[in-house]
Design a protein around this ligand. Sequence first.
Ligand SMILES: [Zn+2]
Ligand SMILES: [Zn+2]
Length: 260
Amino acid sequence: MEFYTLASGSSGNCTLVCAGNSLLLIDAGISCRRIEQSLKALGLALGDLSAVFITHEHADHVGGLATLTKKCTAPVYVTRGVSHVLTCPVVAFTAGDALELSSCTVRSFSISHDAIDPVGYRIDAPDGSLGFLTDTGFVTDAAREALLGVDALLLEANHDIAALQNGPYPYFLKRRVLSSEGHLSNDAAAEFALCAVRSGTRDILLAHLSKENNTPELAEYAVARALQSAGFPVRLGVAPRDTMSEVHLCRRSPSFAAAN
Ligand SMILES: [Zn+2]
Ligand SMILES: [Zn+2]
């Protein structure tokens, strides 16, 4: 299994996951045209998509969805709450459900965000697993449990707390971002990244960075510093905001499998 982020941040989020013969999109927060162009760069087309999974209804996650559903027939999976506010055709599931596709299983788990019924995902394929956690004020128990032992993890590192506190956002927005229904800080990402690495994760891609209150260097430094103590070889990177990421492989680590 492998994945690419097509865009990441408050101006749009979209991730492509290739799991055997299943091609999944997680969120569609950029224009359908940009999704199509990104797929084309990989030799793929909208018609190749097997399914679309949505985390929540904020515009930076569903902005391109209405057009996408007109141009491709892949089912769009959303939680029941989200199904009530979207106007395009969707398939509703209950947060916590596991959905079996032909070559992978997609399990959802509840997160904490100021949205209706938001979720993160864990995708398991025969060759590896991927965890997906963005847009959450803290790492919920459901997320911790679901993401234990994933091979690769896409993890929100939204803001540097000091940069946010001293930055240009109005007070109400600062409070919102810092709240338990806001976004994960670099420090919170670092704390969870360390737990993940101790449970076997070997590839971490930091995502959904704030343009105003973070930099890729600050996010990566905070997480790398925390991971140093674990002493494991980990691939750590930051998802680019407006362009496609490099390919990330979700492969079971042989050393970890042997030791456990
Ligand atoms: Zn978002
Ligand atoms: Zn959001």
